[in-house]
Design a binder for this molecule. Structure first.
Ligand code: SAH
Length: 244
């Protein structure tokens, strides 16, 4: 356990989403974890103390990694960085989405009259991004890609790769304001909320969650990540300055 240094955590699901950030660290150190597959690194990103974890795909991996980082380090903020499928027709491949809030679209207790996405007996099922981090992320993104290529809105997460027009339409029917869909963000947000740690989700669009999503994902994954990483680095710098 390391409690003496305050850090910003950056969590990404896949190697592709974190390696370049990790390689940008000075004073890089790998921290062994008790888990089979959870690489964790500390160091300075542009002079700011961070911890980076590659959590794996899906909500369970994301939740576990988030709680582990909270338990092991002294976190002042949590950033989830990665790719996502555009759900709103306005959200296009290559654009960015900042989550002002997130929810788990596959949480379904509708048999007991709970609206889809509701977690029964929990105070909220919609987890708000920290307003300050959302603003800083939006500014960082706007500077990189221009206002016309960045969105701020609801991000929906579930343990499904959404890759058909039917799946996408049924998510949109339940959550008409959803901007994009991915598989980790709301789980990270949920754990951050339970621990009262500010968080923000920043996603680059790799596909449009439709029938060509698997091919688009493969084609655009590596293409969109450098811009995303640039935004994450700018966000880390401004979040750090803002806190000091
Ligand atoms: N092709 C990958 C699997 C990717 S799963 C492999 O071979 O391992 C998709 C990942 O990208 C998840 O981490 C998720 O958060 C994000 N993502 C991008 N587009 C998505 C979509 N259309 N639906 C759900 N998640 C998506």
């Amino acid at each position: 356990m390391e409690r003496n240094i305050e850090r910003i955590a950056i969590i990404g699901a896949m190697d592709e989403e974190v390696v370049a950030l990790r390689d940008g660290l000075t004073e890089l150190e790998e921290h062994p974890t008790p888990f089979t597959d959870l690489p964790v690194f500390t160091g300075k990103l542009d002079g700011v103390e961070v911890v980076i974890a590659r959590c794996g795909i899906g909500k369970v991996n994301a939740a576990l990694a988030t709680q582990y980082l909270i338990d092991q380090f002294s976190l002042k903020a949590i950033i989830n960085s990665g790719v996502a499928g555009g759900i709103s027709p306005e959200v296009k491949i290559g654009q960015l989405v900042i989550g002002h809030s997130s929810l788990q679209h596959d949480f379904d207790v509708s048999h007991f009259d709970y609206p889809q996405g509701t977690i029964p007996r929990l105070e909220t099922s919609i987890f708000k991004g920290d307003p300050n981090l959302v603003e800083l992320a939006f500014e960082a993104g706007e500077n990189k890609v221009g206002a016309e290529n960045i969105h701020r809105g609801l991000i929906v997460s579930g343990d499904q790769f959404v890759s058909s027009v039917e799946q996408k339409q049924s998510i949109l029917a339940a959550f008409p304001t959803a901007t994009c869909v991915e598989m980790e963000g709301a789980a990270i947000a949920h754990v951050a909320w339970l621990n009262q740690i500010p968080h923000v989700i920043v996603r680059a669009i790799s596909d449009q969650a439709d029938n060509t999503a698997p091919d688009d994902f493969d084609a655009y994954l590596l293409e969109v990540i450098p811009t995303l990483n640039g935004v994450i680095r700018a966000l880390v710098r401004s979040a750090h300055q803002n806190a000091n």
